[in-house]
Design a protein around this ligand. Sequence first.
Ligand SMILES: C[S@@+](CC[C@H](N)C(=O)[O-])C[C@H]1O[C@@H](n2cnc3c(N)ncnc32)[C@H](O)[C@@H]1O
Length: 281
Amino acid sequence: MLTDNRPTSGDRFRELIRSITGISLPPSKVQMIDQRLRRRVVAFDLPDTETFLQKLLGGELPGDELRNVIDLITTNTTSFFREADHFDFLAQDVVPTVVAETRAGRRPRLKIWSAAASEGAEAYTAAMVLEERKRAGVAFDYAILGTDISQRMLERATAAIYGNDQLTTVPADLQRRYFLSSAHPSMSGKSRIVPELRQRVKFRHLNLMDDSYPVDRDVDLIFLRNVLIYFEPADKERVVQRLATHLRPGGWLLVGHAESMVVRHDGLQQVKPTIFRRVRA
Ligand SMILES: C[S@@+](CC[C@H](N)C(=O)[O-])C[C@H]1O[C@@H](n2cnc3c(N)ncnc32)[C@H](O)[C@@H]1O
């Protein structure tokens, strides 16, 4: 009996999304994504989503169309102090270790990378936690980089304006110190991160599926949380391999609580269920 092994249009559709973003769609989600992209298909007067994606990959659509697709298909859920034990680890383990390991006469400096930053809550939570250590008298500097594939999220992260309902997970004293409200009507019900924190945190576009990342190779700590869950095993592994080369020896990789099983790398040692440390050379 002959079997037809040709991929269905649903298979091709899923593979196209995966090749652009790394995001692996179970067959059950194809319809949902199809619906999310429908208005882009209509905007170009095309017969179906697959034709739309083929044209997109073939460079036949305007250059900024990819951005619309990515904004529509990514899941950007995030919150301040999400998986809070990671921020306790940053304050109680990472900061003292970096300070203790800095050579006498030098000012300790921490480099942090939020590698799927969404609208910035993870990066700004790290900034608040580090500012608190400085307020407590620990002398050090820090810089935080946030990257994401979604331009819309990066714009939000850079603006650093959040609905007050998003601040419920931020302790009240930190809300007072690190968020500003304004009487301007456009800021009604919203607050903005203070300039002192905003200047420490920079955001940039980066696709984790790219072959290389234009980021420093002496990062102290990388947050890679709640993004690998969307990737296929081979892509997860490649992303972890590439990211590990950006950690300084002794630097930490933090993954989401549903993701620890995916980190299998000779150069990374598991120190807690979701925390890995780059082995020293
Ligand atoms: C669920 S959010 C997680 C945000 C934050 N790390 C957290 O744990 O709260 C996942 C983010 O990963 C981003 N993302 C998905 N695929 C990506 C890729 N290939 N490269 C970079 N970012 C990606 C999405 O745009 C989204 O903002």
